[in-house]
Design a protein around this ligand. Structure first.
Ligand code: FES
Ligand SMILES: [Fe+2]
Length: 421
């Protein structure tokens, strides 16, 4: 259980809020690259409670500006892409990707008024199919060298609209027990992960604090000789590595639109092979899922008959609908003053402690944990998720040390590919 003050600290994301300042200390996804084709229309973007417009200039450089023109507030997403920037259609003011006002064509010849305009502008970086932005002000930190971010062609990002605060969704990623209930399927065979989830509903949960956040182990007993171990990672401040194996893993990156809505950027990463289709079936052509077939509006199409012998939840074996049903079901912002934290929530409790500590660091004027400015420290060899059948004699910690460190079969992006404009 949290106090109301703590819950507000963690969940409020608007400009000036402590939690918002924490999230603004890191690079965050602004859009998928394909939402902004070269020469295409500017894209209105609501991010961390701010109304913004994303556009590409004639060189293809992405820029993220305040959506309301600095002159008299017209919506710049209707603007013209020309002459090195974005031109407002009301009186023709022209902005570049840095927020400089290049022209005010209605002002008298020789006027220098335009030089004194600095419009809200956030730096952007394009990493393969994702446009990242830094909204924190001051010198941006390094773009993190997460292997899932720096493997062009070997990853596929899609985005899913979620009608709730970002935090309750990210907490679901580090909640291993729910696999034994919410995601249970019946009749999937006697030696499958579903049978292990079913027969071991109260797994041993272990946590280790890491530079990037938190590693979470869920150990389920299969039989005398074997354990099923699943490792997930909470990565500061709003993402988690989930469902991995030796060849890669998936990431859920919960990016607030505002306090009560977010995009879940789901990134699938494969070390050894190019990706064109994500495990959820989405492709680069169908990467944005703004409306789900199963949503709160239609009660997620829950099928009560299915609950008898097919699935525990009655939600059509749809993992994302299952997660959405329970996380959105907790309300626009989960009231954590009314919850009753159980022993199996220990990873969630630890992640909140880490987040609150990071918020206090930002309040003290410091960089929070997992903000990287030193190139020598911009490496994350142990970030991925993993799952395996492991001899009981090996133990959960030794499993990770012995088995979990194959990496870097795909070379990182060059600095030019990840250039910060
Ligand atoms: S409102 Fe944009 S130029 Fe006047
Ligand atoms: Fe889940």
């Amino acid at each position: 259980m949290l106090s109301q003050e703590e819950n507000d600290l963690l969940t409020r994301v608007g400009p000036g809020t402590p939690g918002g300042k924490l999230l603004r200390s890191y690079w965050q996804p602004a859009a998928l690259s394909e939402e902004l084709p070269v020469g295409g229309a500017p894209l209105p973007v609501r991010l961390l409670g701010e109304e913004l417009v994303l556009f590409r200039d004639e060189q293809g450089q992405p820029g993220l500006l305040g959506i309301h023109c600095a002159h008299r507030g017209a919506d710049l997403s209707y603007g013209r892409l020309e002459d090195g920037g974005l031109r407002c259609i009301y009186h023709g003011w022209l902005y570049d990707v840095n927020g400089r006002c290049l022209e005010q064509p209605g002002e008298p010849t020789g006027s220098t008024f335009h030089e004194r305009i600095r419009h809200t502008a956030y730096p952007c970086v394009e990493a393969d199919d994702l446009i990242l932005t830094y909204m924190g002000g001051g010198e941006p930190p390094l773009v993190p060298n997460y292997d899932f971010l720096t493997a062009p062609g070997h990853r596929l990002a899609t985005k899913l609209y979620q009608e709730c605060n970002y935090l309750q969704a990210n907490e679901g990623n580090i909640d291993p027990v729910h696999h034994s209930f919410l995601h249970m399927r019946f009749g999937e065979g006697d030696d499958s992960r579903f049978s292990w989830y079913s027969s071991s509903k109260s797994p041993q949960i272990e946590i280790e604090e890491e530079e990037f956040g938190l590693r979470v182990y869920a150990v389920r007993r299969i039989d005398e000789e074997r354990n099923y171990i699943k490792v997930t990672n909470f990565i500061l401040p709003n993402l988690s590595a989930i469902t991995g194996d030796a060849d890669g893993y998936g990431v859920n990156w919960h990016v607030p639109i505002d306090d009560t809505h977010h995009w879940n950027y789901n990134v699938t990463y494969r070390r050894t092979q190019p990706l064109t289709v994500a495990p959820n079936g989405r492709t680069r052509e169908s990467a944005v899922q703004a409306e789900r077939a199963r949503s709160k509006a239609n009660r997620y199409l829950q099928n009560r008959a299915e609950m008898k012998d097919v699935t525990f939840s009655g939600l059509g074996k749809d993992f994302q609908a299952e997660d959405a049903c329970v996380t959105e079901g907790a309300g626009p912002i989960q009231d954590r003053t009314a919850e009753h934290i159980a022993s199996t929530d220990k990873a969630i409790v630890a992640a909140r402690v880490i987040m609150l500590r990071a918020i206090r660091a930002v309040q003290a004027g410091l960089d929070p944990q997992n903000v990287v400015r030193d190139p020598a420290r911009n490496a994350f060899p142990d970030l991925g998720a993993k799952k395996d059948i492991v001899p009981t004699a090996l133990g959960w910690r030794r499993y990770w040390e012995a088995e979990g460190r194959e990496r870097d079969m795909v070379s990182a992006l060059t600095p030019a590919q990840l250039s910060l404009r």
